[in-house]
Design a protein around this ligand. Structure first.
Ligand code: RNT
Ligand code: ZN
Length: 415
């Protein structure tokens, strides 16, 4: 089967593959820098950060130890990815010139190298305050801490992160999305569930007080159902942040697909949320039991999310970022696989005869809906994907060989 055969087959069910490819090219995916170095960052080069909130497992050799190594790895990954991208940075990925700069003192100048990197690679940047891996995160509370000194420290961090994001937006002529996630919560059952939420609300209000032109930055807030060390209670729950964004519509809600109960689907939340919010941020991830951050595979939920976005014409209202970190496999392969799967799922959705399926559903022909949906699963969307890769001068399915060569030539020499 060639692309032209696939094109004809899709045309026979009313789908224009060329239009699908065109739409696919308009989608930007944000690549999370933290897969490249196990969320370590460059705040204290060479030593492990203290304080909780995030955990990676695995010790696959070759992780990036410096900003320039991480940049080189990101460029390798980008060279194997078709389409438009941004790189998503955390505040802990600053360039402090070798002198420790604490979170409440970071400035745009500490990220100038990333702006240069973005310009060189013709990509945008997204940003995240780092409310974890720090001595003031050790007791599990940051922006909702009962200690005003600690809270103020983190609020200052959040404000500074928004300044940096605005700087990215201005420098790159492309809006930055800044995502606020804080690990705050209790391992065991709290007595007072309300006071920490009240403090979180007030800290967010303070951090978001300065208006920033939406041309340059837009903020988002990310919930979680539980985490390691916050098994019983997370301050920033889904209801909390959904409520917060309804009251503060300039702030978007973030859906991390790994942050819900195991049988709860983010795909089912999109249509409801976007009837009331104008935009969303996604952290595309994959939950496995108690972990929320496995490499994104081409699973049912990913395809359903893509279907929801495409079939309801919502691509213009969502920001698609990835979030996972696996230190047990080649980190560049982890990046490339997750991004390609995400884009591939979007392509598969773009190749659905949506109008026809919706009509069948509306007319009560649920037999057609089921049969056609199932038959579509074995349609040759892989041929259309390969054509997309060829047109973008990236390898088709055999990209791993290039990663292995890079591993041998570059990563293996890092230890
Ligand atoms: C953690 C959140 C958060 C982080 C990154 C590093 O559970 O998903 O988004 O993974 O900010
Ligand atoms: Zn996330």
């Amino acid at each position: 089967m060639s692309y032209n055969n696939a094109k004809e087959l899709y045309a026979s069910i009313g789908v224009d593959t060329e239009k699908a490819l065109q739409k696919l090219s308009e989608i930007t995916i944000s690549l999370h820098c933290w897969q490249g170095d196990d969320v370590c960052g460059f705040e204290t080069v060479g030593s492990t950060l203290n304080g909780g909130g995030i955990q990676t497992t695995g010790n696959y050799p070759g992780k990036a130890r410096t900003i320039s190594e991480l940049m080189s790895d990101l460029e390798k990954a980008l060279s194997l990815l078709p389409g438009k991208h941004k790189v998503n940075l955390h505040a802990s990925y600053l360039d402090n010139g070798g002198i420790f700069v604490d979170r409440d003192a970071i400035e745009p100048k500490h990220f100038a190298c990333w702006v240069d990197f973005a310009k060189k690679n013709n990509i945008g940047l997204d940003f995240n305050p780092t409310f974890f891996s720090h001595k003031y995160a050790e007791d599990g509370f940051t922006i909702s801490s009962a200690d005003k000194g600690i809270r103020d420290f983190w609020v200052e961090h959040g404000k500074r992160c928004r300044n940096i994001a605005e700087y990215f937006g201005k420098e790159l002529g492309q809006r930055c999305v800044t995502n606020f996630w804080a690990p705050d919560g209790y391992k065991d059952t709290p007595v007072d569930r309300m006071a920490p939420r009240q403090r979180l609300m007030e800290s967010l209000d303070e951090m978001f007080a300065r208006p920033i032109d939406k041309k340059y930055n837009r903020d988002a807030v990310e919930s979680k159902v539980f985490g390691i060390g916050s098994e019983s209670y997370v301050v920033g729950s889904h209801e909390f942040y959904l409520g917060y964004t309804m009251k503060n519509p300039d702030v978007m809600v973030t859906y991390d697909t790994g942050h819900f109960h195991p049988t709860e689907m983010v795909s089912n939340k999109i249509s409801a949320t976007l009837l009331f919010a104008d935009e969303l941020l996604f952290h595309v991830s994959r939950p496995v039991r108690w972990d929320s951050d496995h490499v994104v595979t081409f699973d049912d939920e990913l395809q359903l999310i893509a279907h929801e976005l495409v079939s309801n014409d919502l691509l213009g209202k969502v920001n698609i970022a990835l979030d996972y970190f696996d230190a047990s496999i080649n980190r560049i392969a982890a990046w490339v696989l997750g991004v390609r799967n995400t884009r591939k799922a979007l392509l598969k959705a773009l190749l659905e005869p949506v109008a026809y399926l919706k009509k069948a559903e509306l007319e009560g022909d649920l037999t057609t809906r089921l049969v056609l949906t199932e038959e579509l699963k074995s349609f040759p969307f892989g041929e259309v994907w390969n054509e997309y890769c060829r047109r973008n001068n990236v390898p088709e399915s055999d990209w791993l060989a290039e990663v292995k060569t890079y591993e041998k030539d570059v990563l293996a020499k890092r230890n």
